[in-house]
Design a binder for this molecule. Structure first.
Ligand SMILES: Cc1ncc(COP(=O)(O)O)c(C=O)c1O
Length: 403
C-alpha cells in the first residue's frame, strides 16, 4: 500500500508523471511527449490509446443528421432523455441492471468528466480514495484536485491481480471511495468475481462508495464483463461509469455516462453542472443509436480486437519481451528485462528513434513505490489497423540488434 504525497494545491495534478515542470509550470504528460516524438520520428504510435479507424458509419451518419437537423445548442444538463433511456436499456440488456433514466443516469463529457465529477462530489481533504496501482492517470490528478489522499493497492505481474490481504490493509476508516477500473488500464487485467466481491465487502465494512470505471466493458477476451453494481450488496453504494469512446471508437466525441442510486447521482450532477454544464448535443442521439446496435456488433468488436492483440503480442514476444497477455482493454504490457533493459522510461524515449515505434512506460501510472516495482514494464496499444500492427511487429523484431 502507498499513500500519495500531500501536495500544495498547484502541485495537485502531479501523479508521479511529469505533469509539472521543475519550475512549477505545467509540463507535458508522457502521452503528449511520446505522441510528439512519434510524429517527429515517423514512428508508429502505440502509446496513447485511440483507434486509427472510426466506428460504425450509421453512428457517424446519425451525428451528421443531428447537426443538419439543428441539434446544436445546449443539451439538458443530465443529457437528452433518448440517450439516458438507451443507457438504461443497455445496462438491462447486458447486465440485468435497471437504472431509472430520469434520476439514476447522467450523460457526461467522456468518462473523464464522470470520474472528476464523482470524486469532486464525494471526497475532500482528510478523505482517502483507494485505487489499484498502476492506475489510469486521471485518477491521481483528480484525487489531488479534490484535496484527498490517494491510497493504492498493488497489482502484480504476470496476471496483475491484487493480493486480497494487501487490498484489505489498504482500506481505513478514512476510505471514502474505492475507485475500481475493470477491465483495467494499463494492465489489461479483468478482475474475477472473487476480487470484485471482496471490494464490495470491504466497501460495505468501511461504508465507502464504490466508483467503477468500466469504459472497456465490451473489450474483453475471456468471460463476459461483470459490472460491480450487479454484485450482491453493491447497488446502493456504486456509481458505474462508461463511455462511447472505447465501445464505438469515437474517442474524440467525449460522450460518457454515469449511473447509480439517485442520492449519489444528484451529487455528481451538482458538480457536473459547473464543470461542463452539458455535453455534445448532436453526438448524444447518435450514441443512443449505437447503444441499440445488435449483439453481433458487440461480439464483433471484441473478436476483431482479440485478433489485433494476438498479432501485436506475437510480435512483441518475437522481439524478445516477456508479454503479459491482456484479458481486456486494448493494451498489452511487456517486461523489457529479458532484453537487458532496467528502465522502461528511458527505453520509451529511445524506442521511436531505435525502431520507429512509440509506447508508454508503465511507471508513469504509479506513485514512487509502484514505479520502482514496474520500472521495466512498457505498455503498447493494439487498437490500430492490423497492417499497422504487423508493420510495428516487423520493426520491433529489429530491436535486439539495435540496443
Ligand atoms: C480507464 C479509463 N477511464 C477513462 C478514460 C477516459 O475516457 P473518455 O475518453 O470517455 O473520457 C480512459 C481513456 O483512455 C481510460 O482508459
Amino acid at each position: 500500500m502507498t499513500r500519495g504525497p500531500n501536495s500544495e494545491p498547484w502541485q495537485r495534478t502531479a501523479t508521479g508523471a511529469n505533469l509539472l515542470g521543475a519550475d512549477g509550470t505545467l509540463g507535458v504528460t508522457i502521452f503528449e511527449e511520446m505522441t510528439t516524438l512519434a510524429l517527429s520520428t515517423g514512428a508508429i504510435n502505440l502509446g496513447q490509446g485511440f483507434p486509427d479507424e472510426d466506428g460504425p458509419a450509421e453512428i457517424k451518419d446519425a451525428a451528421q443528421a443531428a447537426i443538419a437537423a439543428g441539434a446544436n445548442q445546449y443539451a439538458p444538463g443530465k443529457g437528452i432523455i433518448e440517450l439516458r433511456e438507451a443507457i438504461s436499456l443497455h445496462q438491462e440488456r447486458f447486465y440485468g441492471l435497471t437504472p431509472d433514466p430520469q434520476t439514476e443516469v447522467i450523460v457526461t463529457t467522456g468518462a473523464t468528466e464522470a470520474i472528476a465529477a464523482a470524486l469532486l462530489a464525494l471526497v475532500g481533504p482528510g478523505d482517502e480514495v483507494l485505487t489499484f496501482e498502476p492506475f489510469y492517470d486521471s485518477y491521481g490528478a483528480i484525487i489531488g484536485l479534490a484535496g484527498a489522499t490517494h491510497v493504492t493497492a498493488p497489482l502484480l505481474a504476470p496476471d496483475f491481480m491484487p493480493d486480497l490481504d494487501a487490498l484489505e490493509a489498504a482500506f481505513s476508516d478514512r476510505t471514502k471511495v474505492v475507485l475500481v477500473n475493470n477491465p483495467h488500464n494499463p494492465t489489461g487485467a479483468v478482475f474475477p468475481r472473487e476480487v470484485l466481491e471482496r471490494v464490495v465487502a470491504l466497501a460495505r465494512r468501511h461504508d465507502a462508495v464504490i466508483v467503477t470505471d468500466e469504459v472497456y466493458e465490451h473489450l474483453t477476451f475471456g468471460p463476459a464483463h461483470l459490472p460491480v453494481a450487479g454484485l450482491p450488496g453493491a447497488a446502493d453504494r456504486t456509481l458505474t461509469i462508461s463511455s462511447a469512446g472505447k465501445t464505438f471508437s469515437f474517442t474524440g466525441w467525449k460522450i460518457g455516462w454515469i449511473s447509480g442510486p439517485e442520492h449519489l447521482i444528484s451529487a455528481v450532477r451538482t458538480v457536473k453542472q459547473f464543470l461542463s454544464y452539458s455535453s455534445g448535443t448532436p453526438f448524444q442521439s447518435a450514441i443512443a443509436l449505437g447503444l441499440g446496435l445488435p449483439d453481433e456488433f458487440y461480439a464483433g468488436i471484441a473478436d476483431t480486437l482479440r485478433l489485433k492483440r494476438d498479432i501485436l503480442s506475437e510480435g512483441l514476444r518475437a522481439a524478445g519481451f516477456d508479454v503479459f497477455t491482456p484479458q481486456g482493454t486494448y493494451f498489452v504490457n511487456v517486461d523489457t528485462a529479458p532484453l537487458g533493459i532496467t528502465d522502461a522510461l528511458d527505453l520509451a524515449r529511445r524506442l521511436p528513434e531505435l525502431v520507429g515505434v512509440a509506447a508508454i512506460p508503465v511507471p508513469v501510472f504509479c506513485h514512487a513505490e509502484g514505479a520502482e516495482r514496474t520500472r521495466s514494464l512498457l505498455r503498447f496499444a493494439f487498437c490500430k489497423r492490423t497492417s499497422v500492427l504487423a508493420e510495428a511487429a516487423e520493426r520491433l523484431a529489429t530491436l535486439r540488434g539495435r540496443l
